[in-house]
Design a protein around this ligand. Structure first.
Ligand SMILES: [Zn+2]
Length: 297
């Protein structure tokens, strides 16, 4: 689609700050350093239009952006809000061109955002969970293809053939906690030690459903995993809990998601999947999750 002539409608900066405040502080602004709200008074605005505050308790100044994801960025707040929303479905080059901004700067913003999404999607495994692998085409840089239509059979064969990070088919392990459907994607150079990594996410009550790939053999010997149900992909019927249907469902979202970007770099694949994880896990309030993020510095 030709978007060259698209006019960009940016949100009102005051509305952005109001939304950011509401997500971060609720009705009353509290000090980002001591957490108290009573001694906080308004004290002008910053050059970027953020409300500035003074805390009489700890005698510090802070503003709407302090310790948020939006602090120390060169973009104005309304462009950052616009970019984040667009980044769900629009390639970086297009966003940069729409805003007439430097591509590298927008790309760096995307990578930072996607790293943050990783923190927001870390999963603790408990009760019945699933793990399954998928191999994604992703090279050194983004490539202008990806996602040719394949039959499920072809996909299955490809999966059995397996890929590798070096051959631009990095493996991704998808974890789903079945009680609430939350997902985490792990992009790895290889899957050799991924069983230990999965087990470390377990709280010892985990019944883990996987396929019969040997990497999961004996995973229940780790403390984090209570039991392991391995199924073969030749099984026609789902037997009780023993299936990875939730993972397969997430894999179809994963394919659709990556196709929007017409290929991503394998070095940033984890980031894209972090963002997807946030969208799947918090579909109603994913944006508020980003707004209310407090950096731990
Ligand atoms: Zn304070």
């Amino acid at each position: 689609m030709d978007r060259d002539s698209v006019e960009v409608f940016l949100p009102d900066p005051d509305d952005c700050y109001e939304r950011l405040r509401r997500a971060r502080f609720g009705a009353t602004v509290s000090c980002v350093y001591c957490g108290e709200s009573d001694p906080v008074i308004k004290k002008g605005t910053t050059g970027k239009g953020a409300q500035q505050y003074r805390c009489k308790e700890c005698e510090t100044y802070f503003n709407d952006l302090t310790n948020s994801f939006f602090e120390h960025r060169k973009f104005p707040i309304e462009e950052m809000f616009y970019m984040i929303k667009e980044m769900r479905s629009v390639p970086t080059a297009q966003i940069a061109s729409d805003l007439q901004r430097d591509y590298e700067a927008v790309l760096n913003f995307r990578h930072d955002l996607q790293e943050l999404c990783g923190e927001l999607t870390e999963l603790t495994l408990s009760d019945v969970c699933e793990a399954d692998e998928i191999y994604v085409t992703a090279g050194e840089k983004g490539i202008e293809k990806e996602d040719e239509e394949e039959s499920p059979r072809e996909r299955g064969l490809k999966k059995k053939g397996r890929g590798s990070f070096e051959s631009d088919k990095p493996p991704v392990v998808t974890l789903v906690r079945r009680s609430d459907g939350r997902v985490e994607f792990l992009v790895r150079e290889n899957l050799q030690d991924v069983d230990e990594e999965i087990a470390e996410k377990g709280d010892e009550t985990v019944i883990l459903c996987t396929d019969d790939y040997t990497i999961y053999d004996d995973i229940d010997e780790y403390d984090g995993i209570d039991a392991h149900l391995a199924i073969t992909h030749d099984d026609t019927y789902v037997i009780g809990d023993a299936h990875v249907n939730s993972c397969e469902n997430r894999h179809s979202f994963l394919r659709q998601w990556l196709a929007k970007f017409r290929g991503v770099s394998k070095h940033h694949l984890q980031g894209y999947l972090n963002f997807l994880g946030l969208l799947l896990n918090d579909s109603a309030d994913w944006f508020s999750k980003i707004l209310s993020y407090e950096s731990s510095r």
